[in-house]
Design a binder for this molecule. Structure first.
Ligand SMILES: NC(=O)c1ccc[n+]([C@@H]2O[C@H](COP(=O)([O-])OP(=O)(O)OC[C@H]3O[C@@H](n4cnc5c(N)ncnc54)[C@H](O)[C@@H]3O)[C@@H](O)[C@H]2O)c1
Length: 423
């Protein structure tokens, strides 16, 4: 039985995976290039935030079932969970995966399994991981087994979802699939579906592409509705009464490190990927659409002040990666004639970046503003006191890009309210 597992890359995916496998009784080693991560692990500590992870890591390290290393050792299984960011030209940066596979090739031995968990363009498991492993001199698929096992956990629930979610395992050949399935079966309670590695890679990418394309459709509906005097939100509510229709929600853009990134991996080098590309362009164009509306709403005001509420890529998180609101803020700041205030209960650094000395309260951000832009539907914003906010604003105008403040009685408080997607 392959019981000694090495996880290569101890980030949001790798470290929880290592801890969960240790908890399932395997001997787990964590390898990372960042010495801080390895040192922390060996003290039973973590440097990332994830509910329950600190406690589990402490227990596993304490019981001698999990330890960190800075140079690779022999193992039965290697799980690669290193970053796969996107380059400026929208191609996948596979340099981390390549260097991880190269390092594994130096220590891999007959009978070992190598699993790629990083989200990767179709073909990466075969063309990069299996290819680099050839340097070991062993026969790939016969003496070393290679598979892709995509990860679809939700930050905040990673420890639960690692165990309970269904998994897809795609080997570079049938034997690889079976070997890797046996390993994952020891800690996954969800169903395990098997396929080949290219299909597994495409599945993960298509899950996020499905959402991106559907959001783009909703955004297109919103833009058309604004021009045609229709309320897109009403259209969505009513059209979704159809038993086989599920229109998504429009908004100021798509962000984060998955939905806004993965579609590019699908169409890399594929000119036929037209719909997916157009969906990306539509969603990437939303911050500019919001900016144009802000320009219209502040026309004729000398140095208008715009207060942006929420800068993260989705509600109730502190993550601003690929956030469309950060793009909007950057564009507004570049316009020069605007005074821009940012408020976000979850984020500090974004506020500091734009020169505020301390994080403003909601009233400080709205003070003297000519436009309040509801950019992220953080739960906290349902509890804002708009009576007080109205008193400090110079012009009582609200632009709700999420159809979120409908219940706040804004018109009765004297606000002019504009809704993204309502003509
Ligand atoms: N975070 C998520 O919610 C999530 C969800 C699904 C899929 N994924 C995918 O999982 C992969 C990993 O993402 P993450 O969020 O865990 O990344 P991360 O940035 O949190 O962590 C990656 C770790 O890998 C280390 N590393 C980089 N190159 C290395 C190498 N050659 N050898 C050893 N260590 C190396 C880094 O030091 C870092 O600690 C990515 O492909 C990502 O797209 C992430």
């Amino acid at each position: 039985m392959r019981n000694r597992i090495t996880v290569v890359g101890l980030g949001y995916i790798g470290l929880p995976t290592a801890a969960v496998m240790a908890a399932a009784g395997m001997e787990v080693i964590g390898y990372d290039l960042n010495p801080r991560v390895v040192e922390a692990l060996n003290k039973g500590e973590i440097i990332i935030e994830e509910p329950g992870l600190g406690q589990l890591v402490k227990e596993m390290v304490g019981q001698g079932r999990l330890r960190g290393i800075s140079s690779l050792e022999s193992s039965d299984v290697f799980i690669i969970s290193v970053p796969t960011p996107i380059n400026a030209d929208k191609t996948a940066d596979m340099s981390f995966v390549r260097s991880a596979a190269r390092a594994v090739a130096q220590v891999v031995a007959k009978g070992n399994a190598v699993v790629l968990e990083s989200t990767s363009p179709p073909g990466a498991t075969e063309d990069i991981v299996a290819e680099e492993l050839k340097a070991s001199g062993l026969k790939i698929g016969e003496e070393i087994f290679v598979a892709h096992t995509p990860e679809r956990v939700l930050p905040g629930r990673i420890l639960i979802e690692l165990v309970e979610n269904d998994r897809i395992i795609g080997g570079i050949n049938a034997e690889s699939t079976e070997v890797v399935k046996e390993i994952y079966q020891r800690f996954v309670k969800g169903s395990i579906y098997t396929t080949d590695s290219r299909t597994a890679e495409m599945c993960k990418l298509m899950e996020n592409t499905f959402r991106d394309v559907n959001i783009a459709l909703a955004n297109e509906l919103a833009i058309l509705s604004e021009k045609m005097g229709i309320n897109a939100w009403e259209v969505i509510k009513l059209a979704n009464k159809h038993p086989r229709v599920n229109l998504h929600m429009p908004g100021p853009g798509v962000g984060g490190h998955c939905i806004a990134v993965d579609p590019w991996f699908v169409i890399e080098g594929q000119p036929e990927g037209k719909l997916i590309r157009q969906a990306r362009d539509r969603n990437d164009g939303m911050p500019l659409h919001v900016l144009q509306t802000i320009r219209d709403l502040t026309k004729g005001i000398d140095t208008p002040k715009v207060a942006i509420f929420g800068v993260t890529y989705k509600p109730d998180v502190d993550d601003t990666r690929e956030s469309p609101i950060m793009k909007l803020v950057e564009m507004l700041v570049r316009e020069k004639n605007y005074e821009v205030a940012i408020h976000d209960p979850h984020v500090d650094d974004a506020i500091f970046k734009y020169g505020e000395l301390k994080k403003p309260t909601a009233l400080e951000a709205a003070d003297g503003a000519d436009l309040f832009v509801l950019a992220v539907n953080h739960s906290e914003y349902l509890r804002l006191d708009f009576e007080e906010i109205g008193k400090v604003m110079r012009t009582r105008q609200i632009y709700d890009t999420r159809n979120f403040l409908g219940g706040a009685g804004l018109e009765a408080l004297g606000f002019k309210v504009l809704l993204l997607g309502r003509g």
